[in-house]
Every structure is written in C-alpha cells, then in structure tokens.
Design a binder for this molecule. Structure first.
Ligand code: AMP
Length: 463
C-alpha cells in the first residue's frame, strides 16, 4: 500500500529555539468547554441507551488496509494518517468508525445474533485535513449504526432520533436528504452525468475537467461558480432510480413525514465516501457569517460488511461531530445547562481552620456531600464570592473563633442566614438539611435569624 506522506514539513516547522507547541490542526480540549462536553456526552449516551444500542469501541489504530479496501473511489485514502510500525503492517489512525465497526461485526460473529444489531460509539477520529480548511485533524464522533436490517424504517428512525436530539439541544438545523440508489443505478446515473457535463465542458474548472470521467458525482459539489451553475441544472439522481430504490426512498420520506421531521431533498448531497448506497443524509447548521457547517452525516451502506470479508449485511449509520455541535451551540448562543452545583462550599480563615477544613472536606465527600473548597485562598470575601459563583446551596465558614468554640458557621446561600453549629454535628446537620430540600424543595424562611456576629470576618485582616 502506498503510504501517504506524513505531515508536510512546512506545516510543522518551528523556528529553532522556540518552545514546542501544539501541532497545527490539532486542539486541546479546555476546561471552559467542559460544561458543553458533559452536557453533550450525557445527551447522546442517554439517547443511545434509550434506543437500545450496544456500546462498542474499536481501537484508535487499525491495519491501514482496512481503510483502503474501497481504494478505487475512496477519497479518504489521502486523508489517512499512517505509520510504518516497527513490528509489522502500516497502521492508520481511524478516520471514522464505520469501517472498524463493519470489521468488528464480522470478526465477532455478530451476524449470528438476532438481527438487527444496533451499536453506538463515541470517540476520536483522525483525518489529515487541509490546515487552512479550519477542520480538525482529531475530532470526536458519536455514531449510531444498525446492522442487518434493510427496511426504510431503520433509516427514518435514526434520522429522526438525530433530528430530535439536535432540536432538543436547541440548535437550528437543516436536514438534507438524497438517495444514491444501488450500484447499478448509480453507474447508469454517472454515465448520464458524464454526458451532461461533457457538453458543458468548456465552462468547467480544471479539477472538474480532470474528474469528469473518474468521479463524475464529485462535479455536483464543486463550489467554483461556473461549475456550480452547471450543476444546478444537472439531472437529479432521484429521478433516475430503479423502482426498488425509489420505493425505498419514498418510504423513508413517508416515515419522516409521519413523525413531522422537516427535510430538504438535496440532489447535490452525494457524501464523500464510496460505500454509501440508497439513503444519504446530512444535518447542517447556519453560522454567523452566513455559511453552513455539517454537524452530522451518514447513510446506508449495504455492501460494506461484505467488502470487509463478512456476509452481505444491510446497514445504516449516522455520525455526529461533537466539536461541530459545540461550535453551532456557541454561534447560536445555546448555553449548556450548568453543571450540578456543589451542596456545600467550605470557607476557612487561618492555619488551624485550614488544617481542620482539609479533614472536614474529606469526611463530607466520604458521606456523599458534594463539596467545593478553596483551601489555598485566605480572604473570606473572595471565598464567599467563589461560594456564590459556585451556586452551592450552603457555605460552611470556619474561623479562629469557631476553632476555639468548637463550632462552625452554616450559611444558607439562598437567604443569607447564618447559624452556629456544633462542629461535631455539622455533617449530620448538613445531610438533614439537604435531605429536607430534596424531599420538600427549598423550605420557607425560618423565624428571625440567630445571626451571629460576623466577628470572624472582621477579625480577619490579611488576604
Ligand atoms: P463524516 O464522517 O465525514 O460524514 O462526518 C460526520 C460529521 O463529523 C460531520 O458532519 C462533522 O460534524 C464531523 N467532522 C467530520 N470531519 C471533521 C473534521 N475534520 N473536524 C471536525 N469535525 C469533523
């Protein structure tokens, strides 16, 4: 197998002496995005479980030949990131999960299980994308795949599940659909396209001229204005499907109509992988600058399991790009619901209190209380500000006076009321209050507060 060249030198070159930085096209996942990731992974995993999908994770590395079995047409071959391993074959970082899952389906004998077999995955994929394109070389996909069922209701169910998932998250989306028919249909259609474009060859860009005979479908998606105009008039494939493929597609649409999923028929949607047949699908989101980005894509791939050496097995799959969904959420101002706030925020003043707080922190965690702290902070003002920001239900304040008295202040962050509690009884007291809130919601305001002198705050001068 020809190994595509590794990252071009000019892209990785660092000025000599400068610190080694992140590779271009790769990204750190930063703490400020954690709320988005937690929210999304929770949503997609819940969806997969609700729909009865089994979780299967394949390795990140595969024998590179797996991704080039469809070499003739597979435009992904040059996107593969490959390594010559010292021990043996050329390895590839997986560019998507569909081929690895088809391999796993064959190797683990899933054809012997009751069909269909429904599988989901959630993990990183790797592609040698053009640096300038703004695409990532490592990105995260959540995917749903159904093996062993050719019926159109499978296509419709996964499309609808993804549609409602994105709608519930709150992002504005457009669903694009097309059918590529089966191989024979497509070959006939490609011949027709070649004829169509040949008579308009003079207005095509050089790339399209070069692709005309080898990959005529690719001409439909060329963005060069002249080519685009020609493509808009091109005959749509759905008008040239055989009877069986047409009926299959019509049924997919009827099922979607039934559950009120809005879609657009898109004759230019061909997907860039060779293994698709019949239904193909993409979900797009508008961006602030008037463009659109693809959030998810997929389709039917009835020939893929056989292509990796298994029995002929119909299949349908869809993959959602999580970084893209987060991007769309940010562009459209969709906030993830915040993380569950802590039950208690622990504030302390002075060395003795800090020592005791460390113990109390561990004991509370041990008792199942969600506790936040700032043991390295000193000023009470800053700590109470952090407590407010954390949206904790209670704050515990341990100062020098409390250490001497064997007490601790319990502050209700909702009404600001503070009470002095025996230090030994603070954990059962907090648990009792949390339990009450869980059962009754927030209790009504108690009688006028025995607010202690905030001497603890005044006494503290540094920090
Ligand atoms: P595909 O496997 O190409 O159909 O991609 C499915 C989804 O994965 C796309 O709709 C994107 O949301 C996401 N995706 C694909 N390639 C990239 C990339 N290079 N960077 C970020 N997200 C991507």
């Amino acid at each position: 197998m020809a190994t595509p060249p590794l990252v071009k030198k000019k892209e990785t070159k660092q000025p000599s002496g400068s610190p080694v930085g992140l590779l271009q096209g790769w990204k750190d996942r930063l703490p400020m995005d954690v709320a988005y990731w937690d929210f999304l992974t929770d949503r997609v995993e819940r969806l997969a479980r609700d729909y009865g999908f089994l979780h299967l994770e394949t390795p990140i590395l595969e024998d590179a030949r797996l991704f080039t079995i469809l070499k003739e047409k597979d435009v992904e071959a040059d996107q593969l990131i490959t390594f010559q391993d010292a021990e043996g074959p050329v390895l590839a970082l997986r560019p998507d999960n569909t081929l690895p899952l088809a391999r796993a389906y064959r190797e683990h004998g899933f054809a012997n299980l009751p069909q269909p077999v429904k599988i989901y995955y959630l993990g990183p994929q790797f592609r040698r994308e053009k640096i300038s394109s703004g695409r990532l070389r490592q990105f995260t996909q959540f995917g749903l795949e159904v093996f062993g069922d050719p019926s159109p209701v499978v296509d419709a169910q996964l499309i609808a599940a993804t549609f409602f998932l994105l709608q519930d998250i709150g992002v504005d989306i457009r669903l694009h659909l097309n059918s590529l028919g089966h191989e024979e249909c497509r070959e006939k259609y490609e011949k027709m396209l070649v004829e169509y474009y040949r008579t308009r060859r003079s207005v095509l860009c050089d790339d399209c001229k070069a692709r005309l005979n080898k990959q005529p479908l690719r001409l439909l998606v060329c963005e060069v204005p002249g080519c685009r105009e020609v493509s808009q008039e091109a005959p749509p494939i759905v008008d040239h499907l055989c009877e069986a493929d047409r009926a299959h597609f019509v049924q997919v649409l009827e099922h979607l109509d039934e559950v009120e999923v809005a879609y657009e028929l898109d004759p230019r949607l061909i997907r860039d992988k060779a293994y698709y047949n019949r239904t193909v699908v993409e979900f797009h989101a508008p961006t602030a600058d008037g463009r659109t980005i693809a959030l998810a894509g997929g389709g039917r791939y009835d020939g893929l399991v056989a292509a990796v050496g298994g029995e002929p097995t119909p299949a349908f799959g869809l993959a959602l790009g999580l970084e893209r969904v987060i991007l769309a959420m940010k562009e459209q101002g969709v906030q993830p619901p915040s993380l569950t706030p802590p039950d208690v925020y622990l504030a302390q003043i002075g060395d003795e209190a800090r020592k005791k707080s460390l113990r109390l922190f561990l004991d509370m965690r041990h008792e199942g209380i969600r506790v936040a702290e700032s043991l390295s902070k000193e000023g009470i003002k800053a700590q109470l500000e952090s407590a407010t920001k954390s949206r904790s239900r209670f704050a515990l304040i341990l100062g020098q006076k409390e250490i001497i008295d064997g007490t601790i202040l319990l502050r209700d962050m909702e009404n600001g009321i503070q009470e002095v509690i025996d230090f030994q009884k603070i954990i059962p007291e907090v648990k009792k209050r949390l339990h009450k809130i869980a059962v009754n919601g927030t209790p009504p305001l108690p009688p006028p507060p025995p607010t202690p002198e905030p001497t603890t705050f005044h006494r503290h001068t540094h920090g």
